[in-house]
Design a protein around this ligand. Structure first.
Ligand code: GLN
Length: 429
């Protein structure tokens, strides 16, 4: 069924840039045989999974949406892929994305833009727009994306699906093409919370190949029925102030509903919202510049600067400039200081509450192809990239529409309390 849907819808939507019909059918048949033999199957048995094109899957082109890697066919599986295969997930193909995950709209891919199945003609958000669109268009059960500053939650909000960014260090980054390695985290998209939790149960956990992973193994699917009535919920005044009124209204309606169910709501104040975007982008540019030095033409065939798009080039140039010795004190080191301050202050806010609820995006998505300045594009990320700077978990949950465009709310919690985000998402859905 999914293959039929993909064949029918993908030419217009462009969610997938590569599919493996034969491989998927073969895996499905093997699972059928396992069942026929009475063997135990994995927790993803029979579920069809799409993978963002910056995660290594053996035998697929892992292009990261860039001409730079158009000829790179991966020879190995990322740790998350190994785990999906071990649990009998069926990998159907690779999804479209902004070039090297730099963007918020999935318009900068070498393979063309992706359409938004829930609001045709509008961007699907980004950078994991292909994965979100694949879920929204019913082309698969679960999809993986990567989130450095919002690239899972932003497209989830735009396409009207659920997207989850785990606590930094919960999911192995081995086999993920870095954007900014101190911020990157892989996470799932699905139409329901159960899909999200099944995937988290599969991919979360220590991996010796990624020393930033934590040695804990929480359980999600068995832990969904939390008692939201006993949770304390925070709302941050400044999150609302930077957002469009219509979006704030949708979020407030959810908060009022929680209030009516007896949930304790607390208003919080965050004084450093203006620091978030400059801090995030300075760190992003420096780490990205460093990550791209391996694309010098020798191993992958192209020198990145010669074939990449405007946004990637801008980041490489600025990253190179601000990481020069004479400037690093002025920009990069100050960004690191600002990051510590943001982290400390935001963790203080979280001390008093279980979760914080607010808009995922401050504004509605634009129409595909609209001329938009880089700084305008960066503004989509103000509420999501804060989460990555702090390293905490967050989801975007679809809660309604404004003029036929989906709107998401973001739920954040303390590090390692991802289950609370899921419980709240489960209650709100
Ligand atoms: N839009 C943000 C950026 O361009 C986030 C990207 C991401 O999370 N991969 O950096």
């Amino acid at each position: 069924n999914f293959i039929d849907t993909i064949k029918k819808k993908n030419p217009k939507i462009n969610a997938f840039i590569e599919i493996d019909e034969e491989g998927a059918r073969k895996t499905a048949e093997e699972i059928d045989k396992k069942i026929a033999r009475g063997e135990k199957t994995g927790k993803l048995a029979g579920l069809v999974i799409a993978i963002k094109s910056n995660i290594n899957v053996e035998g697929f082109t892992v292009s990261a949406g860039s001409k730079t890697l158009e000829n790179y066919v991966s020879g190995y599986d990322a740790t998350v892929i190994k785990r999906i295969k071990n649990e009998d997930g069926i990998i159907i193909g690779m999804t479209n994305m902004d070039e090297f995950a730099c963007g918020s709209s999935t318009e900068t891919s070498y393979y063309g833009p992706t359409d938004n199945p829930s609001a045709p003609g509008y961007i699907p958000g980004g950078s994991s727009g292909g994965s979100a669109a694949a879920i929204a268009a019913d082309m698969c059960d679960i999809a993986l994306g990567s989130d450095t500053g919002g690239s899972i939650r932003n497209p989830a909000a735009c396409c009207g699906v659920i997207g989850f960014k785990p606590t930094y260090g919960f999911v192995s980054r081995y086999g993920l093409i870095d954007l900014a390695m101190s911020l990157d985290q892989i996470g799932p998209f699905a139409n329901d919370v159960t899909g999200i939790s099944l995937m988290l149960d599969t991919i979360v956990g220590y991996d010796p190949a990624d020393p930033t992973t934590m040695k804990i193994k929480p359980s999600f699917t068995n832990n969904l029925e939390g008692n939201i009535e006993n949770m304390k919920v925070g709302i941050v005044k400044e999150f609302q102030e930077v957002s469009q009124d219509s979006i704030v209204k949708v979020v407030n309606d959810i908060v009022s509903e929680l209030d009516a169910h007896g949930v304790e709501i607390q208003e919080l104040k965050f004084d450093y919202i203006d620091l978030v975007l400059p801090t995030y982008y300075l760190i992003n540019f420096v780490e990205f510049f460093s990550a791209t030095r391996k694309y010098d033409g020798r191993k992958y065939g192209y020198r990145i600067e010669e074939v990449c798009g405007e946004e990637v080039l801008r980041r490489i140039q600025i990253g190179s400039y601000i990481s020069q010795k004479e400037y690093s004190g002025k920009y990069y080191r100050r960004a690191l200081q600002a990051r510590s301050l943001i982290r400390k202050e935001f963790m203080k806010l979280l001390k008093d509450v279980d979760i914080i609820i607010g808009p995922t995006l401050p504004k509605l998505p634009h129409k595909i192809g609209t001329e938009i300045e880089p700084l305008e594009m960066y503004k989509y990320d103000i509420l999501t990239c804060l989460t990555n700077l702090v390293g905490i978990p967050a989801a975007s949950v679809d809660v309604g529409k404004i003029k036929n465009i989906p709107v998401g709310v973001q739920i954040q919690a303390k590090a390692c309390e991802d289950y609370k985000v899921l419980q709240a998402a489960h209650a709100i859905k």
